[in-house]
Ligand binder design. Structure first.
Ligand code: GLG
Length: 832
């Protein structure tokens, strides 16, 4: 603080002609300096990693000036800051993205070339920070990109997992997991802030006391304390100076505390504590759904939430802010219920630690938080056993009981005599073993609750959160997801980006609504020709990568039919497989059958403990083995399971797709975001009326979308009336033949057991109604084939998809959050 003035001066000094010099000469000099002074190598002795690190530092130097200026802005009292709390941030590699946002891509590529380096090789060297499972974590990353691009002062808060999502290997057709060691070679994108630390408490008991004014107070006497250390990553916006902060917390031991309180003279005991403490941020839980009852997971959640809230309170107090006005300085968004314990923690900080009375503290809390729900699956609603919760957080448990007592009074007031409703809405589930319901806590403690697609929000209001909607309809709103066109078009699909920019200029990158201007070129045959050429190039690139990673040869002129996403029964990768087998059967029956040549590409990770999902991976690979080597098929169909799908290799996958598979059971996928990434890259969608598919279809036009299947309403009523998968099976001979192929052991060297769990589940339960949708899916695939055979028609549809996808930019989504929920405005950053 004291040094502020001097520091600012020296920042300016450093930036003139120093490492922030953006000229080619300056970049080259900085790069060489980093090879020597940072990596400690002569150019001759530098490894590929040394060169990558030096380049990363060269680019980071360009960010720092912007970053420091932005952080200074965050320290202004008169602005409002968005705080995005998320247990996951699936960022993907930084280097290429930062080059694009800085506008330095070409210069740096050329400079590297002059130094004799292939920049792609250096991009490849970067380990991606896989600090998320899938859509939810990647959404958080897209939102950080958009917040910075829209010049919104914002911070992301999360966990610095030492091991992110596991690396997936496919061995003998099965998924094998390997630890993700992303920090092994160092992380040039983060700056450790060992001075910014907080203590986080666990366990113990509470104790009432009287404060100086004679007021009743409670203090928490914890059993154990862990230290959180801040690690900061700069998040630069596209072609702006705003460079926001992602602050991730690492857990460390509070050594002195351990020695004094518990382990006097017991050195090994103290080391035990160290290991225990550090465990908290060791590894990301590799589940797409909440992990019920795992203490460490709950500790992770509280750990990062407590550090983050303490950080905000500290920042606010530094500014001289009065805590009763906290919500005018911070808008906190809860990304799902993972950080929902923040509601109780902010109350504790305000009431216990800062002497506020309950009512004003509650008002501040509700005005501060917004809650985004990401799921409709009832089993995915997070709840914690009361015993576990109270054991770890005795004070929070009391606070939650008090919140609940007051809240249920209101419910009783509004709905007198309706004790069923009271039980349904309670923050505590008392129907059997007692649980804390995190979604209820989040709803009650927030001023805004949103779903992530129109259909999803409607179903939240009608089903999952219906009671809450009836009582406080004003809180509910929809925020359809979006994805950043910087990473998912500009970075991933340079060919298409060039083609588009050549036609309509480059403003579409920050204003994708302008893509509409492409529509007028749809009748231009030369443009369509170019469009196809770009797609073919992308397919060739992916074909090369597939050969490298799997050894499978695929034909880039065949239709690339792609499904990449987490493996989950509701996403129905196995419905896709049923279609493949049906086509295969037709060929086997008549080798002259005129099938449209297709390459089916799958990718995605299964939760390590998810038996069925892993079996589906095995099935895909087993079908691939047979189909790819059958001489009757003769290469017309190919099946590929692309291993280790992640943000890094996604950039080769979305741009190469002709067809995007979005075939979840209606009413199960909250939104989906992969659906958007495909369509923005010119793939056509075959999909159900689920999640954001509904809105994508509305935007691109029903005639440019292959729709099939049950609606969410159909699914519900079928379920109610007792769904019988067998009926569908009996009435469809093609379906019977497909199932027979699998259960006969045809794909498993005669082993009839291997896939029987899958087959039995389909025939006797079929929770996700594959059999009910099979016929409609086959018909829709037939239409796909017809359309694809007419390449001119297909290209038109593809162009229109891209032209009409503007709505699904995360910039649009973030603008809506800013206006409706956070009430924040852009604050442009100047570099003096
Ligand atoms: C969830 C949902 C997705 C959604 C994503 C982001 O399942 O449908 O697109 O969040 O809102 N767990 C997820 O990935």
């Amino acid at each position: 603080m004291v040094k502020r003035f001097e520091a600012r001066q020296s920042a300016a000094d450093v930036c003139v002609g120093g490492r922030s010099d953006m000229s080619l000469e300056g970049l080259r000099r900085t790069f060489r300096e980093h090879v020597f002074y940072t990596q400690g190598r002569f150019p001759m002795g530098a490894s590929r990693n040394d060169l990558y690190m030096a380049l990363a530092y060269t680019v980071r130097d360009q960010l720092l000036h912007r970053w420091i200026r932005t952080v200074e802005q965050l320290g202004r009292e008169d602005i409002k800051i968005v705080s995005y709390l998320s247990a996951e941030f699936l960022l993907g590699p930084h280097l290429e993205n930062n080059l694009i946002n800085l506008g330095l891509y070409e210069d740096v590529r050329r400079t590297a070339e002059e130094e004799g380096l292939d920049i792609q090789v250096l991009f490849d060297q970067e380990e991606e920070p896989g600090l998320g499972n899938g859509g939810l974590g990647r959404l958080a990353a897209c939102y950080l990109d958009s917040l910075a691009t829209l010049e919104i002062p914002a911070m992301g808060y999360g966990i610095r997992y030492e091991f992110g999502i596991f690396d997936q290997e496919i061995r003998d057709g099965w998924q094998v997991e390997h630890t993700d060691q992303w920090l092994r070679l160092g992380n040039p994108w983060e700056i450790a802030r060992p001075e910014i630390t907080y203590h986080v408490n666990f366990g113990g008991r509470t104790e009432p006391y009287e404060d100086e004014q004679g007021r009743y107070r409670v203090r928490w006497i914890p059993y154990r304390t862990v230290k959180g250390v801040a690690y900061d990553t700069p998040i630069l916006g596209y072609r702006v100076n705003t460079c926001n902060l992602l602050r991730l917390w690492k857990a460390e031991a509070v050594e002195s505390f351990e020695f004094e309180a518990f382990n006097v003279g017991d050195y090994y005991g103290a080391v035990d504590q160290k290991i225990y403490s550090e465990n908290i941020t060791k590894v990301l839980y590799p589940n797409d759904e909440p992990i019920q009852g795992k203490q460490l997971r709950l500790e992770q959640q509280y750990f990062f939430v407590s550090c983050s809230l303490q950080d905000m309170v500290r920042i606010y107090k530094l500014l001289g802010g009065d805590l009763s006005r906290f919500s005018s300085h911070f808008a906190i968004q809860l990304n799902d219920t993972h950080p929902a314990i923040g509601v109780a923690e902010l109350m504790r900080l305000l009431v216990d630690e800062n002497g506020m009375d309950w009512e004003p503290a509650w008002e501040v809390t509700c005005n501060t938080f917004g809650y985004t729900n990401h799921t409709l699956l009832p089993e995915a609603l997070e709840k914690w056993p009361v015993d576990l919760f109270a054991g770890l957080f005795p004070r929070h448990m009391e606070i939650i009981y008090e919140i609940n007592r007051r809240f249920l009074d209101e419910v009783r007031n509004r709905f007198p005599g309706d004790e069923d409703r009271v039980a349904r809405m309670s923050l505590i589930d008392e129907s059997g073993e007692r649980y804390v319901r995190m979604a209820h806590l989040a709803c009650v403690g927030s001023h805004a609750v949103n779903g992530v697609a129109e259909l999803h929000t409607r179903l939240l209001k009608e089903e999952v959160l219906r009671d809450f909607y009836e009582m406080m309809p004003e809180k509910f709103n929809n925020k359809t997801n979006g994805v950043t066109p910087r990473r998912f078009v500009v970075l991933s699909n340079p060919g298409l980006s060039r083609l588009i920019t050549g036609k309509i200029g480059e403003t579409w990158v920050s204003r994708p609504e302008e893509l509409r201007r492409l529509e007028k070129f749809v009748d231009d045959p030369a443009f369509r020709e170019e469009w196809r050429r770009v797609k073919l190039e992308n397919k060739k690139n992916l074909a090369r990568l597939i050969r490298e990673r799997t050894g499978i040869e695929v034909d880039p002129s065949s239709m690339f039919d792609i499904q990449v996403k987490r493996l989950h029964e509701y996403k129905r990768q196995h419905l896709n497989v049923l279609h493949i087998i049906a086509l295969y059967n037709r060929i086997k029956q008549d080798p002259a059958y005129d099938v449209c040549p297709r390459t089916f590409i799958f990718g995605g990770k299964a939760a390590p403990g998810y038996f069925m999902a892993k079996r589906i991976i095995k099935l895909i690979n087993s079908v691939a083995d047979v189909v790819n080597h059958d001489s009757d098929v003769n290469g017309r169909l190919k099946v590929v399971f692309f291993p280790d799908f992640n943000v890094k290799n996604a950039k080769f996958i979305y741009p190469a797709a002709d067809l995007s598979e979005q075939i979840s059971t209606a009413g199960k996928e909250a939104s989906g975001t992969g659906n958007m990434k495909f369509s923005m890259n010119g793939a056509l969608t075959i999909g159900t009326l689920d999640g954001a598919n509904v809105e994508i279809r509305e935007e691109v036009g029903a005639e440019n979308f292959f729709l099939f299947g049950l609606t969410a309403e159909d699914v519900t009523s079928l379920q109610k009336n007792g769904y019988q998968p067998m009926e569908y099976y009996r009435s469809n001979p093609e379906l019977q033949a497909v199932i027979e192929r699998i259960s006969s052991g045809y794909f498993s060297n005669g082993d009839q057991e291997l896939f029987s769990p899958l087959v039995d589940s389909l025939l006797f339960h079929d929770t996700f109604m594959l059999l009910a949708d099979f016929g409609a899916y086959m018909d829709a695939q037939r239409q796909v084939e017809e359309a694809y055979r007419d390449q001119e028609r297909w290209t038109r549809m593809s162009i229109l998809n891209v032209a009409r996808m503007g709505k699904f930019s995360s910039d649009r989504a973030i603008r809506e959050y800013c206006k409706d929920i956070w009430k924040v405005e852009p604050v442009p950053v100047t570099l003096e």
